[in-house]
Design a protein around this ligand. Sequence first.
Ligand code: CA
Length: 221
Amino acid sequence: MKLLLLEDDDLLAESLAETLGDAGYRVDSATSIRMAESLMATEDYALAILDLGLPDGSGLDLLQRWREQGRRLPILALTARDTWEDKVNGLRRGADDYLTKPFHEAELLARLHALLRRQSGGLTQILTVNGIQLDEHTQKVSTDGATWQDLTATEFRLLRYLMHHPDRVHSKSQLLDQLYALEQDAAAPNLVEVYIGRLRRRLGKHIIQTRRGQGYMLVSR
Ligand code: CA
């Protein structure tokens, strides 16, 4: 699941990106409105974290522009200011939630999980597809609801993406795109095969089907 982080404070951005990465999210970081707009135009994000005070303009204006363009992704606003006017203004212009600096990263993660759950319409942290249960908090998977296996960060990201988008064929490059952040070196496409193979060994062969020449599909039944 890909997130966009727009934060011009380098230290905070780095720390947040690491925390979010550890929690299994793929994060693209932008430090200016210009960068964020070009990323938003080409990438598909599940959620955006948006600092409101930025070097090249107002995050509030950007927020409003995205909403006017019809972008519906959940947006969590960050700000150093904590007057109630700013908060009301931010929410009115399209933020889904609001966090005032300084904040604990655990609180940011909790808000973010809540927004993503609200977005997908569920209240549970367990994602269930075709008998496979994925706990999005502990990053463990179960095929019988009783024993839980640990997943590596990459296995977790890949499986979560497939489970959120079942019965659709995903090309190797689409899956690779979900696994690696933009700044990292391009990974070899056969890495996707390797991770699909590992997931099949954990979950059973029938769950993830290969469509020759097209890609992979997780089947929901
Ligand atoms: Ca700032």
